[in-house]
Design a protein around this ligand. Structure first.
Ligand code: URA
Length: 206
């Protein structure tokens, strides 16, 4: 697995406002859309292309288009925050959903919803803004690997070292894109300094 910390001045600039406790829900939506674009441009850098021809108003010309289908899989519900920017850039992508909740007893992720498009031969991007322990990410990656997609990339805004270590051990062939690697987890598995509960802040449920 390769960890890609997307060190872009625009990403850093937006992240400060996402972290700020006083940022409103409306501002959050706009910030997620902008930071999502920064992440996706980087995450798509190595996608394969194929030759095509088109006709301008003046003449024929050659160009390149994406060689493989793209599938986007947000993990409900926080992952929805990264769907709009991904579709801004790749509107032809198919979209599937994973609903995962933490089991009360064991703390493991439990699926409550899964609706995936055909993904064999697709470049799949899993969307989840926070990689904390890595257990949700791990569950989703394993479930998607069964369909043998061409590649799986994981898109997050913030990650904790604990979660990244967990994923690196388990999935040596996955690329993870994140804006920042934070200090670590607190006793409730929140990322520090983090930005709080992402889902609550994005959906206005605090
Ligand atoms: N999920 C969140 O929303 N915040 C964290 O800090 C960790 C996981």
């Amino acid at each position: 697995m390769a960890l890609h910390i997307v060190n872009h001045p625009l990403g850093e600039n937006i992240l400060v406002s996402l972290r700020n406790r006083d940022t409103t829900v409306a501002e959050y939506h706009a910030l997620c859309r902008r930071i999502g674009v920064v992440l996706f441009v980087k995450a798509c850098e190595n996608l394969d292309l194929k030759l095509t021809t088109t006709e301008t108003p003046l003449c024929k010309c050659e160009g390149k288009i994406l060689a493989n289908p793209i599938a986007l899989v947000p993990i409900l519900r926080a992952g929805l925050a990264l769907l709009a920017p991904a579709l801004d850039l790749i509107p032809e992508a198919s979209v599937g959903y994973f609903g995962l909740r933490r089991s009360e007893k064991e703390g493991h992720p439990e699926p409550y919803y899964q609706n995936l498009p055909p993904i064999a031969d697709a470049n799949v991007f899993i969307l989840d803004p926070m990689i904390a322990t890595g257990s949700t990410a791990s569950f989703a990656i394993r479930a998607l690997q069964k369909f043998q997609p061409k590649s799986i990339g994981f898109i997050s805004i913030l990650a904790a070292p604990e979660g990244i270590r967990h994923l690196m051990d388990k999935f040596p062939h996955i690329d993870i894109y994140t804006i920042a690697l934070d200090r670590g987890l607190d006793e409730k598995n929140f990322i520090l300094p983090g930005l709080g509960d992402f889902g609550d802040r994005f959906h206005g449920t605090t």
